[in-house]
Structure formats: structure tokens, C-alpha cells
Design a protein around this ligand. Sequence first.
Ligand SMILES: [Zn+2]
Length: 620
Amino acid sequence: MLKLWMFVALLLCHSLAVFAVPPVPPVPTDPHSFANIEQVQSRKLTLDLTVDFEQQQLHGFVEHELHRKDPKVEQMILDSRALVIEKVLQANDQGDWQIATFTLGEVDAIKGQPLTINLVSTTTKIRVYYRTTAASSGLQWLSAAQTSEKRQPFLFSQSQAIHARSWIPLQDTPALRVSYQARIRTPKQLLAVMSADNSQNTERDGDYRFVMPQPIPSYLIAIAVGDLHFQSMSEHTGVYAEKTWLAKAAAEFNDTQKMMDVASKLYGQYPWGRYDLLILPASFPFGGMENPRLSFITPTVITGDKSLVSLIAHELAHSWSGNLVTNSNWNDLWLNEGFTNFFENRLMAEVYGPARAAMEYSLSVKDLQRDIAELEPLDTALQLQLAGRDPDDAFSQVAYVKGQLFLQLLENKFGRTRFDGFISAYFQQFAFQSMDTQTFLKFLQQQLLDKYPGVVSQAEVEQWVFGPGLPQGFPTQPSDAFEQVAKLQQAWLAQEIGLAELPSQAWTVHEWLHFINLLPRDLAPAKLAELDAAFSFSQSGNAEIFVAWSRLAIPLNYLPVMPQVKQFLLRVGRTKFVVPLYRLLLDNPAQQVFANDIYQQAKAGYHPLTQAQIDKAFGG
Ligand SMILES: [Zn+2]
């Protein structure tokens, strides 16, 4: 654990680095990459891969076009993890290919292995032939039985944070951008899609070609292969999914074009051409992944009532914050996620009205407070210190919601018009570039703090960015609807009214979530049963409601929910839901064996990232 004085020392270092040193930003270094990008860079790559479902393996080659920063550079270091490297070739600009020697370095538990390739002075391209392995953490191979249709196998990638290196040997750092093209061979009956120019009417022949002409960070390179079909939602938006989900998803998310139009009006033209959604099997470890042109989406937000479509607003917002202006390493994740959460809430207010946006905002604050209570103080600062740690640790609500609240504070203080202008200028000035906290703070100082003195102090900014926890006086969005819910709940708890008197028919999912979150954590068993009888929380098909209810019910050892918890954990692999459920079961001595039994059954169906987090909960 970090001592207080060390934390203060860190704060001081940061303050000096940001506000006292001359205005030359330090060259951002990425503690999670071996790549020598200050000497040589791959700015364009070509993939040629075969998808082998029997071996559960990708094999083929990646070709990198070299951009020398140091003309004397003799080696190129790529990141890799759990790959079998078969051979490496290099070519000069005449296209003469020859063998290149290489070494695969020692395994680092977090970073993987450096692949060091010896170059000759005329090398302009290298080509690495390789195979993935069962330990390639960025891929999940699903058997037919693990898919929604249960007829064909499925493969999808999840490259963020540093898992692209487990399926492509490359310079795996968000400090660098690369455009790519790919040829992907699959079984004939399956369709491949990528974070690229997917065609809506490709012939299904098992041979697919893609181009992503815009430079993107490596963590946004993505692939999925399965029995996928396409349904258009508007001229520029559509859905790829297994048949089970196709029509449902297209109906649920048919406001996507509206969101896109509003977003373009707010912060500048949508920069990527089309915006499609890919619905993944329920084992997908995240809510969504903002792969450019094709966001990957969990089916757990398809509820039939658009109650959870803020996820789409979030992934779409990433088209600007994250995909266009990108955190330069994972310590600065808040620049991706805080901006995106802020942008998401703004979109929700514009498209669905401020009342709904206020409810979602309050629910997010609650999630943040829960995370802060559980995290080490150092992990509750916006800028993180993740050297020597797994960058997947960065993904708490701190980067998302504390980042959002900081930006909301700035908007409240400087006014919406000025702050909108500030954000538009930020996206425009730094488009297709990487951004670190120090550079952002300098831009903030120039564009707002210095221009409008006396509105927000440097000390306030530093407290938010480098200080622990949630600063006092953080901005809130009062919700009349939530106040009403709280009042009625109080009346019920005081036995002044019965459950039948709650306007439950009129309540939205958000009001229900607030109602459940507010319930006393020591509610009597009879009260739990009364609620469940009235509202069937244990049977809820809305994952957010079911998990909020389980958070209350499991610690109280409310047995009627347990069979449903088991079913849920066997069906869904989204870490946001399953990790807390396992933790709660393990914290309840009466349910530890039950938790272990479920995990033994469910484990094979979970993504490697989900497994890693649950293993941690089990103390492994
Ligand atoms: Zn995000």
C-alpha cells in the first residue's frame, strides 16, 4: 500500500511537471510496450490470415511498412504475446525479400515478449509469419453451442488494452497510429467483419478483404467471424448479428443515426464514414468496444424498451474521444473514457431529454462512489500510475465517471457555449493524434484557465486530476423523478403506503434502479420477499435490474434469487455483471461452494479477460 507521504510526493512531482517546467512536453513513453517507436515506426500494416476453427488458431502473416525516425536504426522491436513466430522476411524498396533474423525475448507476465528483428540498412518492409495459441488473450473462440444460434462457431477479438499483440505481432501502443488492410480466409458459410470498410452485401465465400485507410491505434484493430447477417438501420448505420438478435437489435438501436447527427452537430462531422454495430454472443466481456466503424456490443443491452441504449451513445461518442484523439498510454485512460462519458450524457440529453440524462448521471455517480470505496487511493486519481501493473486495472469507474464529473465541473463553471467551443477545438486540433494528461492540461490552461481568469484555479484542476477520491462539491444533476422515488420508498419503509400504491407501471428502468439501489442493505427477509412477489426482481430480464437486486439479495442470503444468479452466470460473461456477482457470493460464507460450482461449469464459456478477473476474486 502507498503511504500518504509518497502520495503527496507524487502529487508534487506532477504539479511541477505540469505547471512549472518549460513548455516542451516530455516525449510520452508507454510503460506497457517494448516497441522502439522513437527509432522506427510501422505506419501501415497488411494482414493475411486464415481463421482455423478446428485448431482455434489464426495463422498467416503481418507485413509492416517501416518509417525510420533514426536512419541508423538496426533493429525493430515489436510487441507479442503467446504467439508462435515461424519466420521473418524483410524487403528493400525494390521488393526483394530475404530472411531476417529475430529473437523472441523473455516472457514478461504483463507485457508479453519483445520480438526483436534485425534490419539491414535498405529494409523498407518486414513480414512476420506466425500462429496464435490457446493463450492468445485477445481472442475468444466460441463453439457453436456457445453462440446464440448454436449452429456455427464464432470468433471475436478484444484488443484493448494490450491484447492486439496476442493476435498480431505489432507495435502495440496507443502512442502510435497505423492504417491497415487485411485479407481474411474463413470457412465458407461464415462472414468476417473488421474495424474497417465492411461491405453490406459481400458475397459469403470465405475470402474477405478489408481496408482501414485512417490511422488508428493498435487497440482498435478488431475482427469477428461468425454466422453473421446484416440489417440496415439508416443510410449510414446498420447492425451485424446472428439471426436471433438481428431484428431485435435493429429495432432497439434505430436511434443511432439521430445520435450521430446530434454528435456531428456538437463536436464536428463524424469522421469515419459508416457506423455499424456488431452484436456479440453474451460472453463478450464488455458492454461495448468502440472499434472504429464497427462498435462491438453486448446483447445484454437489448431489452426491447431502449432503456440501455446509452451504451450506443457511449460507443458512438468514442468516434471522437478515444478513436480520433487517443490516450497516449493507459495511465491517461480518463482522456478516452471521461470525455466519452461526458459526451454520452450530453447525447442522451439531446436525444432522449434532460430528465433521462439526469437519472443516468446520478446512477453513474453511485457506481463511481462504490468503486472509490473499494479502490486504493492512488487508483482513484484521474491520471494513473500503472507501470509494472496490468493496464486492464485502469478500467474502473474513476476514468469514466470521475473524468466525466471533472469535465462537467468545467462546463458548469465556464458555461456551455465556451466549453462546447473548447471541446470542438480540442477534437479538431488533435485529430488523429495521441494525447497525454500534461498536454491536455496545457491546452486547458491556454484555452480556458488563462483566457477567463478566476473561474477555475490550477489547484482545483490538480486536485481533480492528481488527487484521490471525489472532490467535495462535485457537480450533480438533480432528478425530480429520483426524488419522487426516494420519497415513496421512505413512505413504504415507514409502512405509510403499500407496494400497490407505488406508480410502478409508470417507472422506467432508471427509476427502478434508483429504487433498488436506495433500499437499506439490511432489509428484513419478509420485505425482500414482499418486493420480489410484487415486482419479480429475481426474474428480471433486464440485466441491470437483476444485478442491482442481486447486489442487495446475495449478502442477505435471500435464497429465491440463487437459482437465477446461477442461470445468469452460466449465460452472461460481461465482467461488469459477473465479477461483482462472484465477489458477493464469495463474501457470503453460505454461498462459497455454490459460487465455486457455478464457476467450474461456466468458466469455459467466459472470455480470458473475464476469467482473469474472476480468478482474482477467488484469490487465484
Ligand atoms: Zn468507453
